[in-house]
Design a protein around this ligand. Structure first.
Ligand code: GDP
Ligand code: GDP
Length: 437
């Protein structure tokens, strides 16, 4: 389970700057594409070669609802109350203020493990800044500068030293024959209806996987002779009341489900188009590099004209994940489910395919010869050889010289070439460029 870390602090101390410094994606190419929505309050910190953790920027905690409106603010606050670690961010330039004292009071009441992060210490005496807050009695203290990325890596190490280790990961990974699927999406798109439908079908054998942590529930099931594990999502838990369900829609749970799955199925409501919240959920799945299937639900309720409109909208708005298959389904009537599971299989097969070095090299050679990189200010990149580095998602390392002159257009060309040649659908594809031979 992904540990949860919360940023709290009064306005202007630099929480969102710190949030960005911590969650900054390594896959910038993906995020420059139009249509991808970055979540400004929830993200996953993925330090290289270290374990990831979920991060929520509460925006504020002491009753001031600035920035975040109603339910979102309540949800962020609820997340902070459940956090494995709270980072109490203060402004080292301005010192302690009355608003900081209010947050300290909240922190003591919540009794969460805490670390004091003294920000904006660039150009200042860090120890003096820290001493300003000595009376808060928080022993775990660190001075950073979020804007200048000073102390960020140390902060990450210290956070990892204080949050619980993922426990059940090995057990979850134990069965390679079982595809781990998460059904995710904003409230009311039909996740519970779909899961109940699947579990209600006779030819399926389902059983609950004993909860590993807190209220997590995963379900093992068999369908058409294949094995799946449905990773904990809102849809797998019973809902008490509708309002409560909406209120309880937990982005943190979604992040954790994405982390544990191999294939993320993002549900959309065909009758409502694609909302910002949908785009944000998609963005989280992309950040994690998960194989992806888009399930356009409630297809049953549409007239022919509405269907045409919905198709046009999908084409326009899902351009940034054009490699993902979109399947039209009706969870209510059970239609489209066979196609949905075929798409899940194709995505899984593409994401987990083992490549040989020679086939990858060959692909690079042909791509390079067919269309060499353009000359940029008198320089031209040379691509020498390539090899596979990882799967899920497939990752290729390309060696060469002057690689810094390779533009996004050429990188996309390479990606599309590889996708086509290896018939990769439903999975992101990553390239790592290494200068030298
Ligand atoms: P939030 O309201 O707590 O989310 O604060 P922001 O992240 O929006 O930052 C408030 C202001 O402080 C912005 O003008 C930032 O540029 C500035 N700021 C944030 N971090 C630092 C830092 O490490 N050093 C300095 N000098 N300024 C910072
Ligand atoms: P969740 O919040 O994503 O789990 O959504 P629910 O499964 O609770 O569904 C929300 C509402 O959409 C309920 O009233 C469902 O009956 C309705 N619904 C779900 N799937 C379909 C579908 O395929 N077609 C239609 N017309 N309604 C659906």
């Amino acid at each position: 389970m992904l540990p949860l870390v919360a940023l709290v602090g009064r306005p202007n101390v630099g929480k969102s700057t710190l949030f960005n410094a911590l969650t900054r994606s390594r896959d910038a190419l993906v995020h420059d594409q139009p249509g991808v929505t970055r979540d400004r309050n929830y993200g996953v910190v993925r330090p290289e070669d270290k374990r990831p953790f979920a991060l929520v920027d509460t925006g504020g905690i002491a009753g001031e609802d600035e920035g975040l409106a109603g339910a979102t603010a309540r949800q962020a606050r609820a997340a902070a109350e459940e956090a494995d670690l709270v980072l109490f961010v203060v402004d080292g330039r301005e010192g302690a203020s009355a608003l900081d004292d209010d947050i300290l009071a909240w922190l003591r009441k919540s009794a969460r493990p805490a670390m004091l992060v003294v920000n904006k210490t660039d150009g200042l005496d860090a120890q003096a800044c820290i001493n300003e807050f000595a009376r808060y009695g928080i022993t775990d203290v660190i001075a950073v500068s979020s804007a200048h990325r000073q102390g960020i890596d140390t902060l990450i190490d210290r956070v990892l030293g204080r949050v619980p280790e993922e426990g059940a990961a090995t057990e979850l990974d134990a069965d390679p024959a079982r595809i781990r699927v998460a059904f995710i999406g904003r409230p009311n798109v039909g996740k519970s209806t779909l899961v109940n439908r699947l579990l209600g079908e006779e030819r399926m054998i389902a059983s609950e996987v004993p909860g590993t942590t807190r209220d997590s529930v995963s379900i093992d099931m068999e369908r058409d002779g294949r094995l799946y594990r449905l990773i904990d999502t809102a849809g797998l838990r019973r809902k008490a009341r509708v309002e409560e369900a909406v209120e309880k829609f937990s982005i943190v749970k979604t992040l954790q489900a994405i982390e544990q799955c191999q294939v993320a199925v993002v549900l959309l409501d065909a009758s409502e188009g694609i909302t910002d919240q949908d785009a944000t959920v998609l963005g989280h799945a992309l950040d994690a590099g998960r194989a992806l299937v888009v399930a356009v639900n409630k297809w049953d309720g549409l007239t022919d004209y509405q269907r045409q409109q919905a198709e046009a909208l999908l084409t326009r708005k899902l351009g940034f994940v054009e490699w993902a298959e979109a399947v039209r389904i009706s969870a209510k009537h059970g239609s489209g489910l066979r196609e949905l599971f075929r798409a899940i299989h194709r995505a899984h097969a593409s994401a987990t395919h083992e490549f040989s070095t020679s086939e990858v090299n060959k692909a690079l050679e042909i791509a390079y010869e067919t269309n060499p990189p353009p000359t940029v200010r008198g320089h031209v990149a040379k691509l020498r050889y390539a090899h596979p580095a990882a799967n899920n998602p497939p990752t290729f390392v390309v060696h060469g010289t002057r690689l810094r002159t390779l533009g996004d257009t050429y990188k996309r060309y390479l990606e599309n070439f590889f996708r086509k040649r290896f018939k990769l659908v439903g999975t992101p594809v990553r390239f790592v460029f290494k200068e030298g031979t």
